[in-house]
Write a protein that binds this ligand. Sequence first.
Ligand code: NAD
Length: 372
Amino acid sequence: MVIFVAKENGDRRVAVTPEAAKKYVDSGGSVVIESGAGEEAGYSDSSYEAAGAVVSTEKGVAGADIVISINPLDEKMVKQLSKGTIVISTQEPHANPNNIKLFLKHGITTFALEFIPRTTRAQYMDILSSQACLAGYKAVIEAAHYFDRGLPLLITSAGTIPAAKILVVGAGVAGLQAIATARRLGAIVSAFDVRADAKEQVESLGAKFVDVNSSEATNGVYATEMSEVYKRAQEDKLREVLPGQDIVITTAQIPGKKAPIVIKSDMVKLMKHGSIIIDLASKTGGNCECTVQGQITDINGVKVMAFDNILNLIAADASRLFSKNVSAFLDLLLQEMKNCNSDIAAISNDIIKETLLTYDGVPVSSRLQMSE
Ligand code: NAD
């Protein structure tokens, strides 16, 4: 079994760390990694060689049994794949229809890691959770870095500095980690979410839950688009609390949809000069009307920040967690393949079934059929 790992395009992370490469090699596989693939995440070519991997100066994907990547492969690489090769990566099929066509044409087996079910059993393979957790943490660290005051209450002989106030919008995985990090740094934290369950989780971290004056709330695990009445109530509440905040971290997402706008342009102007908004939902459109992906926008002295990929700023740990998630997924896949004589379409395990996109020229996933 030859596993190929390419250097990611425009991403400092790497899908397989030397530690994971060693595990694959120790269990009888070979790992070929493109030279420099781990460099920006702090993993040198020599650390891969020490782990038993082969460092290649080419994108030598031809001949690989399994290709592991964080981002969808580029088309040039997809064209080099041969029938039966397994690709494990995020796939974003709606954004990469040409890849899907090529996978089908050439009989490539593809798994989309973003479709790993959010169940307890799949938790240790859940790349969305591991990466969101680091994004939430890093958002607070970046905010603290750009904020020209301290976060904790500081009592000094020269006077008292009040604790900073941080509002977190959206208390999913990233939001909860942002709350926990901001609390550890001594800020006064409040948060809100459209899901009823979030209140208890926010409060258990020592933050205040901001109640929107509305009886409407989502009861499920995932948020849905809210009514116009709710949106107005949420906006009213935000107009009331924003002037008192120093830092706002927005993480609100609705699965499969554009991120909801929760902070309109004129609402940014309600905030104090020197305050900061970090929009973690910028890739799906952003939660703030002023967000420009990859930029810091100054609105009347308020910085609205949207990183191209905040995980690039914590690439070593993001790679480590991603690599562990994939390694757990691959262990499961290989075990299931063994049980089914390598007939992947016959595997009944829900984690494998939910993530399988294409197999032997057939679009297996219902998500794929919906996107046609
Ligand atoms: P997400 O990234 O899809 O969204 C982030 C948060 O934004 C969510 O909490 C959502 O409710 C909130 N949101 C959406 N619209 C909003 C609005 N208009 N205003 C305020 N907040 C808004 O969420 P996620 O981090 O992927 O988590 C989604 C759910 O999945 C959560 O309930 C989480 O607990 C659950 N989860 C379960 C597991 C597991 O069991 N293995 C793993 C990860 C997540």
